[in-house]
Write a protein that binds this ligand. Structure first.
Ligand code: COA
Length: 332
């Protein structure tokens, strides 16, 4: 990889969010909560929610089409698709196959990966390696989540936090010296039991934690995840900066995973940066898991907050538990 004479970066970017908005005031009518509590403890005011009969992959299709168009490519020119999701409509066919079919990416192989909210950063790491070693030329990454379908709408501890949405990028060769500088990813499965979404099996321990008949829903020990998140975000950011020989001062904008403004604030304090350096949109969308980072990146690009040649730091954490960070020299 060190000898390659091209960079690997983002050729195109797109996003798609459902139109329906669920506000904190709407939630007040559903569970014992208040707008004041949710804003104070999380920073979230509203989130976008899919209609009950609308599958999540449709958001991924639109985000993918927008990213491919932005890259100036045709769907047939995509040769590999990676979808990151914690909330697939089906286990099989995978969301990546469903998206591949609908966008007409007839020459693309397709697979889903699950690193929960860190999924997009894991996917960047995989895509970069596959392009660097000559396997593929144009890789489509789609982070696509329909979390409203796995949330227990009677559990106030979790239902106020999550939303639906999708972000997509096309990764390929860019000008030498631009694009992805370094990506670090990691996991600590020994604390994975703090955030669970069961699928084909549910242990008795996990069953007992869940309320009512809602067995196949998100359950989380919020304070344990919170503690991990603040530390993991700060450490992941420091690690990728160390390994790429940059300091936090070199970074123009940080795009953190959008779970809770207090987590972002805690990480910013540990890193010694002001919140101004952190792009925050969780007030509008809540936590959209792996889609959080690409959606925030797309908004930051549209707002002209990052210019060609400037350094961006993406940093996230999530179920697993997992963490990841990327330093990128913006190439567009
Ligand atoms: N509305 C009102 N009260 C609520 C509530 C809600 N939606 N949810 C929880 N509460 C209550 C609790 O029952 C508790 O009441 P008690 O003291 O009488 O027992 C009280 O508020 C405090 O709960 P606690 O869990 O200590 O709050 P917190 O300050 O830790 O905030 C989270 C809770 C979930 C917002 C916070 O822990 C968090 O953000 N964790 C990380 C979540 C995350 O990022 N997950 C995604 C990973 S990718």
């Amino acid at each position: 990889m060190d000898n390659q004479n091209f960079g690997i970066g983002i050729l195109g970017i797109g996003m798609c969010l459902p139109e329906s908005i669920l506000t904190n005031y709407d939630l007040e009518k559903m569970v014992d909560t208040s707008d004041e509590w949710i804003i104070k403890r999380t920073g979230i005011s509203e989130r976008r929610i899919l209609d009950k009969d609308e599958p999540a992959y449709k958001l991924g299709v639109k985000a993918a089409q927008r990213a491919i168009e932005d890259a100036g490519l045709k769907p047939e020119e995509i040769d590999f698709i990676i979808v990151t999701t914690t909330s697939p409509d089906y286990l099989t066919p995978s969301m990546s196959c469903m998206i591949q079919s609908e966008i007409g990416a007839v020459n693309a192989a397709a697979l889903d990966i699950n690193a929960a909210c860190t999924g997009f950063i894991y996917a960047l790491k995989i895509a970069e390696a596959l392009i660097a070693n000559g396997c593929y030329k144009n890789i489509l990454l789609v982070a696509c989540e329909g979390l409203s379908k796995v949330v227990d709408w009677e559990d106030r501890a979790t239902c106020v936090l999550f939303g639906d949405g999708a972000g997509a990028v096309v990764i390929g060769a860019v000008e030498n010296g631009l694009g992805i500088v370094k990506t670090c990813v990691g996991a600590d499965g020994s604390i994975g039991h703090n955030l669970t979404i069961p699928c084909c099996y549910l242990s008795n321990v996990d069953l007992e934690k869940r309320v009512h008949e809602n067995k196949r829903v998100v359950w989380m020990d919020g304070s344990e995840v919170f503690k991990f998140a603040v530390k993991a975000m700060a450490e992941a950011a420091s690690k990728v900066l160390d390994e790429s020989n940059f300091s936090i001062e070199d970074i123009k904008l940080i795009i953190p995973h959008q779970a809770n403004v207090r987590i972002i604030d805690g990480a910013a304090k540990r890193l010694g940066v002001s919140l101004d350096k952190m792009y925050i949109n969780l007030n509008k969308y809540g936590n959209i898991s792996s889609a959080s980072i690409p959606v925030a990146l797309k908004e930051a690009v549209d707002l002209n907050l990052i210019k060609k040649g400037e350094l961006v730091l993406l940093v996230g954490f999530g179920g697993g538990l997992t963490w990841g960070s990327t330093v990128m020299r913006w190439n567009r």
